[in-house]
Ligand binder design. Structure first.
Ligand SMILES: [Zn+2]
Length: 336
């Protein structure tokens, strides 16, 4: 990422208004595959869960899909291998991580309308257990606690406030603590928060409709959508032992093949930054027959780049304005 989003957004608006984007485009038209990454689509404003997971409102997503369908060669996972080996061309792919229910209720009708064949990376354990994931549970605790603040403790080095306008920052801090923990203590951390914030653990009923069902997924598949792996329980794989990683990758694949009855070749790393996967992760992917590993590292996939287990994707988030979306897709070398 070049700059903070607000600066990039300002630049995107300026280019948009002055037509400078078109001038730059004439100078440096991009080549390659631009892979957009979404999580949730819809209205986040009343949610008790992690609102950062929403990538777009229905209206924004509709506009974004309309634009890429008109202006680019939009491809699905089935054409990824071919596009990777092209020497030229500008391809756009749409991907979703996690497997949230709104991918079916909100995004799927819009994708169908615009003929966009998207790829969905599924966390199979969430679909099977219909449970609330750790990031949504932490957000839920902060939004429902009656406590005003958290004092410094063995997990968090500085005090945190739970009231507005500090609440969102507090959620981000507590999530970052989780992401840095060795896998074996993450549950103690959640129990500590549940006790200290006096909310208890988030009940399973809160997850009603949170995740897609396998029936929904099969319906989407018969309408041109494709699916890949995203582990069983959504850990930060690099924080796990090689045996645990092997299980997360292998069991996820086994469930996908069992439910979909087809070979599954693509995987995306939970959290997805450079430190979220390592050599053991790559080995597990190769061993279980995955051909591609998709990251959450920004940028585009350039023609000729050779690492199949570190494919870049550009994050689309709620604060991506229409000028910013145009900048990301027309000038990904600067904005994606
Ligand atoms: Zn994820």
């Amino acid at each position: 990422m070049l700059q903070s989003l607000s600066k990039r957004d300002l630049l995107a608006r300026t280019l948009d208004v002055t037509g400078g984007g078109r001038a730059l485009l004439a100078v440096g038209a991009w080549d390659g595959i631009l892979i957009l990454n979404y999580h949730r689509v819809g209205d986040s404003s009343q949610s008790l869960f992690d609102r950062n997971l929403w990538s777009a409102t229905d209206a924004d997503f509709d506009q974004q899909m309309e634009m890429i369908a008109k202006q680019f060669d939009v491809i699905g996972l089935a054409d990824f291998e071919r596009a990777k080996h092209e020497r030229r061309g500008r391809y756009v792919m749409v991907t979703f991580d996690d497997g949230y229910g709104d991918n079916y209720t909100n995004a799927f009708p819009i994708l169908k309308r615009h003929g966009v064949p998207a790829t969905f990376f599924l966390t199979t354990g969430f679909l099977d257990s219909q449970q609330v994931p750790w990031w949504d549970e932490i957000a839920w605790m902060v939004r429902t606690t009656a406590m005003p603040a958290l004092v410094a403790n063995r997990w968090v080095t500085a005090p945190l406030k739970f009231d507005e306008p500090n609440r969102e920052v507090t959620i981000r801090r507590l999530l970052n603590v989780y992401k840095g923990l060795p896998d074996e203590v993450t549950d103690s951390y959640l129990s500590f928060l549940a006790t200290t914030l006096q909310t208890g653990r988030c009940q399973k009923e809160a997850a009603d409709g949170m995740w897609m069902t396998w029936e929904m997924i099969r319906e989407m598949r018969s309408n041109g959508m494709t699916f890949g792996g995203h582990t069983v329980t959504h850990p930060v794989l690099a924080n796990q032992s090689s045996a645990q990683q092997d299980w997360e990758v292998g069991e996820c694949k086994r469930r996908l093949v069992e439910e979909l009855g087809e070979s599954i070749e693509a995987f995306s790393y939970p959290v997805g930054g450079r430190s979220s996967f390592n050599g053991f992760t790559r080995a597990a992917l190769a061993m279980h027959g995955f051909r591609w590993g998709f990251t959450y590292i920004g940028g585009r996939h350039e023609h000729g780049s050779s690492d199949p287990f570190a494919i870049n994707r550009a994050a689309i988030e709620l604060d991506v304005t229409p000028p910013m979306f145009r900048a990301i897709t027309t000038l990904p070398q600067f904005f994606a």
